[in-house]
Write a protein that binds this ligand. Structure first.
Ligand SMILES: [Fe+2]
Length: 125
């Protein structure tokens, strides 16, 4: 499956392309530091400035969280879970880190495929 990597939309001129990229991009939102053995919250949000549709044949179906090449967690959505309204799908994962994290998230759109976030480094002490 093709992986669409994050692109900074401020460097893109065409409005429709900005919208297309932003509404599919996964963003990893969390603190930059965690404590060994303690629960750590990682929010993943799909889209920043633009919302993605929630139609029966076009919606964000799943979100995964990875630490480097290690798969950590995923969540699935069904069409209509967002009330059939365009929105920024988001989920909070709670993990318990042992060492430094290199977090990325993947989001899957049923029409436009797989989208990978930028990597977020979390120091664990
Ligand atoms: Fe889409």
């Amino acid at each position: 499956m093709k992986i669409n990597k994050y692109q900074d939309i401020s460097e893109i001129e065409r409005e429709s392309k900005k919208d297309y990229i932003d509404r599919h991009s996964a963003f990893v939102l969390c603190d930059s530091k965690a404590t060994v053995g303690e629960k750590f919250k990682v929010r993943v949000r799909v889209g920043d400035q633009y919302k993605h549709p929630d139609d029966f044949d076009h919606y964000i179906q799943w979100i995964q969280l990875w630490d480097g090449e290690r798969f950590l967690a995923e969540t699935h959505f069904t069409a209509g879970a967002m009330g059939n309204e365009p929105t920024n799908v988001e989920v909070d994962f709670y993990i318990i880190p042992k060492k430094k994290l290199k977090l990325t998230a993947n989001a899957y759109c049923t029409k436009h495929g797989l989208w990978q976030s930028e990597e977020v480094i979390v120091e664990v002490g």
